[in-house]
Design a protein around this ligand. Structure first.
Ligand code: CP3
Length: 381
């Protein structure tokens, strides 16, 4: 389906941005940079705005969600905004009892452990999202109106990461109940994953239709899985989730041609797939229908590129721990990441996971200008 004519990709506003060009596999004038969790507790302006408002309430208040999304873009000169929201928002909006506990993460009123629990959960109708996602659409619309030519990234949790919270009932280190369920009751597991894929897929699609120029699926906890379990029990649902945005296209008129020539190129909305500790799964995570693979800090980008067959744009992978190291140490690491990233068809610089809350925001600002400067000076061969 073609995006609305007013969508920033369709109007051309964001279609030629560094981020979108890199996601399409070409190398723009400078390497684009954004940070996972660029919005949030590292910013004093975020902390003061959030006083008195609970996390999930802030996500559902379009004016606040939009303002929080814009804060890091104004401050750091990053090449993209990412919607301030959370992966559990669509669960909450279909009626799941979930809250976010500060310093912990999502906590469920009741863990989903048995076939009966799965049946109760999946009785919740995903089509209510058509109306309950209205505040998210409003937040996206407000944000893209402010962002202009800077693309907004929409995101969602991958089915496994969401199912891990649902089955565990909260954060977990080893996700043992989720991993037990997939083997102990594969039918209940498949039903849970299919439902979760639909809920999270609709959340992602709503953001793109409302104006986001790219989509990122976070499978933060997929690193807990063996390649075999990932392929059998998880990849089909991730494919289904991504399918909710895979059909979205826009027509681009190549620079220098007249729109009336009708020599336009049909393009799809780029999809990024990211996980933590997923070095063994990179190829499969690409195969579920992603255009770009996000790499955590454990696998160097040249090795990630090799595992991906040398054809896939990569995103990553500054070690967040080094943000607090002396600048020369961080600088050397950034140069190393950029150099390894040059082996891939295209590279978007990011962290290997989210910005730690105690990060000095001035370090992030400096990092963005350093990457822009140094990559402008040394264009790829
Ligand atoms: O990247 C961004 O700037 C966009 C915002 C964003 C948030 N959550 C806001 C948030 C994104 C992309 C997410 C995704 C998310 N949420 C993931 C996948 C990415 C990842 O980090 O692996 C996961 C696993 C969650 C679940 C979740 N929500 C966790 C683990 C936490 C942290 C809990 C804590 O206090 O440490 C949250 C809450 C949350 N989501 C915060 C933010 C800014 C912190 C809320 C606060 O200010 O107290």
């Amino acid at each position: 389906m073609n995006l609305d004519a007013q969508h920033p990709l369709a109007t051309g506003l964001t279609a030629d941005s560094r981020l979108i060009r890199a996601y399409q596999g070409t190398r723009p004038d400078k390497t684009p940079v954004w940070f996972m969790r660029q919005a949030g507790r590292s910013l004093p302006e975020y902390r003061s705005l959030r006083v008195g408002t609970r996390m999930l309430d802030a996500c559902l208040e379009p004016e606040m969600a939009s303002e929080i999304t814009l804060q890091p873009v104004r401050r750091h000169n990053v090449d993209a905004g990412i919607l301030f929201s959370d992966i559990v928002i669509p669960l909450k909006l279909v009626g799941v009892d979930v809250e976010i506990v500060a310093g912990m993460g999502p906590v469920l009123g009741k863990a989903v452990r048995t076939k009966k629990d799965v049946a109760e959960l999946t009785a919740l109708d995903p089509s209510v999202l058509d109306t309950t996602l209205a505040p998210i659409r409003a937040a996206v619309a407000r944000t893209v109106a402010e962002l202009g030519s800077t693309p907004l990234i929409g995101f969602a949790g991958a089915p496994f990461t969401l199912a891990a919270y649902l089955v565990e009932g909260g954060p977990s280190k080893d996700h043992i109940h989720a991993r037990t369920l997939m083997h102990a009751d594969p039918d209940a597991w498949a039903e849970l994953m299919a439902w979760t894929a639909e809920v999270t897929g609709r959340f992602l699609r709503a953001q793109v239709l409302a104006g986001a120029s790219a989509a990122q699926l976070f499978d933060s906890w997929a690193g807990a899985l063996s390649l075999d379990d990932y392929t059998r029990f998880v990849a089909p649902a991730s494919t289904a989730a991504i399918a909710h945005v895979r059909d979205l296209t826009y027509d681009e008129v190549p620079a220098g041609t007249d729109a009336a020539d009708a020599a336009s190129v049909r393009r799809n909305v780029p999809v990024v797939h990211f996980g933590v500790g997923t070095g063994e799964l990179l190829k499969e995570m690409h195969n579920v229908g992603a255009d770009v693979v996000g790499v955590d800090y454990r696998v160097p980008l040249d090795e990630a590129n090799r595992r991906l067959g040398g054809l896939v744009p990569v995103q990553g992978n500054i070690d967040p721990a080094l943000l607090a190291a002396p600048w020369p140490v961080l600088e050397a690491h950034v140069l190393d990441v950029l150099e390894r990233g040059r082996t891939a068809p295209a590279h978007v610089l990011n962290l290997g996971h989210g910005v730690p809350p105690m990060t000095d925001p001035n370090v992030l600002t400096r990092l963005v200008s350093f990457v822009h400067e140094v990559t402008a000076a040394t264009p790829a061969a």
